[in-house]
Design a protein around this ligand. Structure first.
Ligand SMILES: *[C@@H]1O[C@H](CO)[C@@H](O)[C@H](O)[C@H]1NC(C)=O
Ligand SMILES: *[C@@H]1O[C@H](CO)[C@@H](O)[C@H](O)[C@H]1NC(C)=O
Length: 277
């Protein structure tokens, strides 16, 4: 990130020129049973100051599956927000940024929205995603995961699939997923797809409305010389609350540091609660 910050400072001089690339049309209402959505200018890079909203609408009782084929956005500054429904704050499902291919996303209803915003400097290749309409009896493929293998080819209600990781990688999350009926009308995997992390590595980027972080090997003792960083991404204006359920470190030698990137960060510390706004 410090590199990106430096680039931004240098590019301040050229803001006047960059603004000219901003008039591009993007976003819109998307209908039809399947198709693709790309960032403007894909695959040659997206403009600065982009602000595009796509709303995908399908028939009642159907859901929409979005799978990414390419994903490259300037980390933390250029953002693709995915909403389960209309593009309203309360429907935010995921805030995507960086260079890792996201796993596929399925809406719970018949609308899925994307909102793409970019800042004033630094661009990247952008993204391309395929959307497909899912009838209500199928969960759709939960997608391939980096360094992982998906076992199973049937994704309808009652079907189970299993993930494993390549050797040298450890699976985090649930290995087996079951396609279950949801109280509304559809079908949904009972857990999100897991991910594979390299053995001996720790930390990572967390998105979504809630999640858990623990020291490596928890609840067993953590390793010596650990150096782990976690980044939690939320929508601007949102509050992130961190609640510790257990905390035990070697006093004076092992530390957990918490910091916020977006100024102004207001810190409230209440017994075991740490918050930033
Ligand atoms: C739409 O789906 C059908 C059936 O799965 C497939 O044959 C077709 O290639 C798809 N079209 C696009 C644009 O993805
Ligand atoms: C993005 O566009 C929407 C309407 O299309 C507008 O309401 C919003 O203010 C814009 N946001 C920015 C940061 O330009």
């Amino acid at each position: 990130m410090s590199l990106a910050m430096k680039l931004k400072c240098l590019s301040l001089l050229f803001v006047g020129i960059i603004t000219a690339a901003n008039g591009e049309n993007c976003g819109g209402l998307v209908q039809g049973t399947n198709g693709s959505i790309e960032s403007p200018g894909f695959p040659h890079g997206y403009p600065n100051y982009a602000n595009c909203t796509w709303i995908i609408i399908t028939g009642e009782r159907n859901r929409i599956q979005l799978s990414f084929h390419t994903f490259a956005l300037e980390e933390d500054f250029d953002i693709l927000s995915v909403f389960d429904g209309q593009p309203l704050q309360g429907n935010l499902k995921m805030r995507l940024t960086g260079f890792q291919l996201p796993s596929s996303i399925v809406s719970t209803g018949s609308i899925l929205s994307l909102w793409f915003t970019t800042d004033f400097a630094v661009s990247a290749q952008g993204f391309k995603a395929i959307y497909e309409v899912l009838p209500s009896h199928t969960c759709g493929s939960p997608g391939v995961i980096a360094k992982g293998i998906l076992h199973g080819t049937r994704f309808n209600i009652g079907d189970k699939i299993r993930y494993s990781c390549l050797s040298g990688y450890i699976l985090e999350g649930h290995a087996t997923l079951t396609c279950i009926v949801t109280p509304g009308n559809g079908a949904l995997w009972d857990f999100p797809a897991p991910f594979c992390r390299a053995e001996g590595e720790c930390g990572g980027t967390l998105r979504g409305t809630s999640g858990a972080i623990s020291s490596p090997l928890f609840p067993a003792e953590y390793i010596n010389n650990a150096d782990c960083s976690w980044t939690i991404l939320a929508e601007p204006g949102d509050t992130i609350a961190l609640v510790f359920t257990e905390f035990q470190l070697e006093e004076g030698y092992d530390f957990l540091e918490i910091s916020g990137t977006e100024a102004p960060s207001i810190w409230q510390v209440q017994r075991q609660y740490f918050c930033t706004a």
